[in-house]
Design a protein around this ligand. Structure first.
Ligand SMILES: [Fe+2]
Length: 236
């Protein structure tokens, strides 16, 4: 067997803590014993991966997946996936999911008192191009209550999942919007201890990708490793 070098571990404080009591679910799911650190192995990057051949023309445009247009403010979310040296990561499958403009998911578990939208599912997929770039068209998601504590509301956010070259290389994170007044109160956002790392989860308003009279542009670059690494809630 060949000699395999492990990946570099993230810098301290730049990734969410497993246990963050203000975020109530972490109390139940955080490990109670020290983790056993295993060496990375070849199987983590050589397994099968799905989805690359299954992209449909409207997968990246969440406003065109039904017969009518969804209610809400149209947005363009674009950016690049980069490695620790700023090199683009091409052909990466990005999946996003989000609430509708009223802050409601079309899921039976979501009984929040807000309307569903028959023209909005809130799920999209895109591949990064040769320059590591991706682009989604969507509507701005609404804030929603989540009962973590009294009067708890999630800031507007879009969930992101990135697949690398195998099932074992999946990353999950969330993108937020600049100036959201709920961010200081959100335990999920604040469970990343390092402030600079935390702020990398906030997209930037982007006039360049804004389409006149159509949609506002937001830019969200995702860095996979190194000092500028994007905080991830799930890594495997
Ligand atoms: Fe959510």
């Amino acid at each position: 067997m060949s000699n395999i070098t492990g990946y570099r571990r993230p810098l301290a404080g730049t990734q969410p803590d497993y246990l963050f009591p203000p975020y109530a679910s972490t109390v139940k799911r955080a490990p109670t014993k020290p983790l056993v650190m295993l060496r990375h192995s070849l199987s983590e990057t050589t397994g099968p991966v799905f989805g690359h051949d299954d992209l449909q023309p409207t997968d990246h445009d969440l406003t065109r997946q039904h017969t009518g247009e969804p209610i809400g403010e149209r947005i363009i979310v674009s950016g690049r996936v980069l490695d620790e040296d700023g090199r683009p990561v091409p052909h990466t499958l990005i999946e996003i999911w989000q609430a509708n403009s009223a802050g409601r998911y079309p899921h039976r578990a979501d009984q929040h008192d807000a309307p569903t939208d028959p023209n909005f599912t809130g799920f999209g997929r895109a591949l990064t191009d040769a320059a590591g770039a991706y682009r989604f068209v969507s509507i701005k998601p609404g804030e929603y209550p989540w009962r973590n504590h009294y009067n708890a509301w999630r800031p507007a956010h879009i969930h992101f999942s990135l697949f690398g070259p195998a099932f074992a290389t999946r990353l999950v994170t969330q993108m937020y919007f600049p100036g959201d007044p709920l961010l200081p109160y959100d335990p999920m956002f604040n469970c990343v201890p390092d402030e600079r790392a935390r702020n990398r989860l906030i997209s930037a308003f982007d006039l360049e990708s804004t389409i006149p009279e159509i949609a506002l542009g937001y830019r969200f670059d995702i860095v996979l490793r190194g000092p500028e690494e994007t905080p991830m809630e799930t890594k495997r």
